[in-house]
Write a new protein. Structure first.
Length: 167
């Protein structure tokens, strides 16, 4: 199919692609505590992840982000969720959420923050990024081969995040 048949039009809603990864080890999940100097999510816990670069496939982006943010080389990632985020602008976010098993290796800090193994039972006590209390329990309950979650985020008139799960 030629490029002209791809149906790319500037007047259509567009999505910026991102990856979000949760690695687990038994009853622990690896989260990144955002650096205090970060513009977004400073001192908040989130999964590992970031933007997909031009020319990069989704899984390669997930492995690259893990390596950049933790120093770990991974394997055995599986897709758990597809999240569309309506930012209220012409461009939103399309997020691919993965889960994987503990890779071997020593965790290294990065400019993004410090990765920490957190017990599932301790998650409610931490300052998490706004959506994690809703989506993370669902991701942690998943097993390879489970149906992929379809999720939509949007903001109400007051700017509060609304999360809706698809069928």
């Amino acid at each position: 199919m030629p490029k002209s048949d791809q149906g790319v039009f500037r007047d259509r809603y567009s999505l910026i692609p991102r990856v979000l990864i949760f690695l687990t080890l038994g009853e622990k999940v690896l989260l990144l505590k955002g650096s205090p100097t970060k513009r977004l999510w400073a001192n908040l816990y989130n999964g590992i992840g970031g933007h997909i670069e031009r020319g990069e496939d989704v899984i390669s982006a997930a492995h690259r982000e893990i390596l950049e943010e933790t120093g770990l080389k991974t394997y055995n990632l599986w897709l758990c969720a597809l999240i569309t985020i309506d930012t209220g602008q012409d461009v939103g976010i399309g997020m691919y959420v993965f889960r994987g098993d503990h890779p071997n290796g020593k965790i290294q800090p990065s400019d993004e923050g410090v990765a920490e193994w957190i017990k599932f039972s301790e998650l409610k006590k931490l300052p998490l990024v706004e959506d994690l209390p809703t989506i993370l329990p669902k991701i942690l309950d998943m097993q390879p081969g489970d149906e992929i979650l379809s999720v939509h985020y949007a903001y109400n008139k007051g700017g509060k995040l609304q999360i809706r799960f698809g069928k």
